[in-house]
Write a protein that binds this ligand. Structure first.
Ligand code: ATP
Length: 453
């Protein structure tokens, strides 16, 4: 399938000309003459690129650009002689710009270049193990989320992001960083769930030489790596009491200390934290410091679960299909309406991560020239959707149910048990931990150990 372009231009003559030229160059085309119409066309047509006029009857300036720049490349059409407009457009994330009157030779070059750069970015994002940093979704909930990110991104306020596992909290944290004046500095993500508390403390705050056995030299902490940038504390609800106390101090005074040090250092990192727990409840129950909760929740962003924004499933599925196929050098695959209907009807306990995994599994099963149908999607109920990559089975054929052969080791029983629960609960770690009767932290470590992450 050829790349698709949406032309948003209210001058009918120019609009027609641009559509005609780009169609001749082999692109799929759609057009809109107002911002409202453009929004509808983006949702329905899901273009790979938007060519956007800076002055539209219902939106002048860069509001529309900021709204969609994170989702796909946008090439701006700016007024002749306005260097200021072009510079501002690039600053706000435009992939490129064209000055009116549009030079038709330049038009195709600019569009091709912008699409190629975005393809390379998607590829390298996939190679890094994520599905691309763009936040996909045009539902009312996602538009509100983007608006909030824009507003709060500009300030230095501490933000707490709440939402179910796999709903996109880390992506929101990255978007906040990109929307802030710190965007040129580092974004350092720290998972408060992964390590032993003592190790975690020295990892986060750094340590002095000789602070503990094995500390043979002074080491800077992640908080220093995030200097002037953003420190993202994922799974903050899992941080132990010592870390909580030190984080509170950083938030209150901007100061911290290397493990084993006697003097303080200053931190200028902006702190953004995320949790899939009800942190307020945990602080009331005495499981999380109340004072730290109040500091962290200076501003709370709630990321809605995927089942509350089913309108996004179509765009997200198309995005995961396109990025996976592009990375493999294949043309995009078509999702059949009955397969989409199945995706839309499902409740997605593992949220966007689970959707991504279902799509990736469907693509593995896809034969050459085939469209994705219900058979590739499989039955989506909480008992059968593998929401996490399946670790190598300990015993042959034991991935669908807990069926062990021979004399299994305890380790293999644990792996199979964990695998079957993850499958059953759509990768929802909290639920799995609850059923196993262990803390989420322990479940997380088990997943790590058995290669389920
Ligand atoms: N709106 C979105 N557009 C595109 N990809 C998304 C979106 N939301 C989530 N994803 C993808 O889904 C996966 C899970 O997202 P992310 O890691 O941000 O979720 P999370 O809420 O932080 O999960 P956890 O609670 O398990 O840490 C990632 O691969 C991410 O890129």
């Amino acid at each position: 399938m050829n790349p698709s372009v949406l032309v948003v231009e209210d001058d009918p003559t120019l609009n027609r000309l641009l559509v005609k030229e780009l169609r001749k160059a082999g692109y799929e085309l759609d057009s809109a003459s107002s911002w409202q119409e453009a929004r509808e066309r983006i949702a329905a047509f899901a273009p790979n690129l938007v060519l956007l006029d800076v002055n539209l009857p219902d939106a002048t300036g860069f509001g529309p650009l900021s709204e969609i720049a994170g989702t796909r490349p946008v090439v701006m059409l700016t007024a002749y002689g306005s260097v200021h407009q072009a510079v501002e457009a690039m600053r706000l994330g435009a992939a490129d710009y064209l000055v009116k009157p549009v030079n038709l030779d330049e038009l195709e070059l600019v569009i091709r270049g912008a699409l190629e750069r975005s393809r390379l970015q998607a590829q390298s994002a996939l190679a890094r193990g994520d599905a691309g940093l763009a936040m996909i979704g045009e539902s009312a909930a996602m538009q509100m989320l983007r608006q909030t990110i824009r507003e709060v991104g500009a300030s230095d306020v501490t933000v707490l992001i709440q939402g179910e596992s796999g709903s996109g909290k880390e992506l929101v944290a990255q978007a906040l960083h990109s929307a802030s004046r710190r965007r040129g500095e580092s974004f350092v993500a720290v998972d408060c769930c992964t390590l032993q508390e003592a190790l975690f403390e020295s990892e986060l705050f750094g340590h002095e030489r000789g602070a503990f056995t094995g500390a043979d030299r002074r080491k800077a902490g992640l908080i220093e790596a995030a200097a002037h940038g953003t420190l993202f504390l994922d799974e903050i609800g899992e941080a132990g009491p010592a870390i909580q106390a030190k984080l509170l101090r950083v938030l209150e005074t901007g100061r911290f200390r290397h493990v084993g040090a006697t003097t303080d250092l200053r931190s200028d990192a902006r702190i953004v934290a995320a949790t899939n727990r009800n942190l307020q409840q945990r602080s009331r129950d005495g499981q999380f410091r109340e004072d730290l909760y109040y500091r962290l929740s200076a501003f709370v962003i709630q990321v809605p679960p995927l089942r509350d924004r089913r309108d996004d499933i179509d765009l997200l599925a198309a995005h995961f299909i396109a990025s996976r196929r592009q990375a493999q050098g294949l043309s995009p695959a078509w999702l059949m309406p009955d397969a989409l209907a199945r995706l839309v009807a499902y409740d997605w306990p593992g949220n966007v991560r689970e959707l991504r995994n279902v799509i990736e599994r469907a693509l593995i099963l896809l034969g050459p020239g085939e469209a994705i149908g219900p058979a590739h999607i499989g039955t989506l109920d909480s008992g059968s959707a593998p929401a996490v990559p399946v670790a190598p089975p300990a015993t042959q054929g034991a991935t669908d149910a807990l069926m062990l052969q021979g004399e299994p080791t305890l380790e293999s029983i644990e792996r199979e048990y964990l695998g079957s629960l993850l499958k059953k609960y759509g990768g929802n770690r909290r639920k799995v931990a609850e059923v196993m009767g262990v803390s989420e932290r322990t479940a997380y470590r088990m997943m790590d150990r058995h290669g389920y992450k």
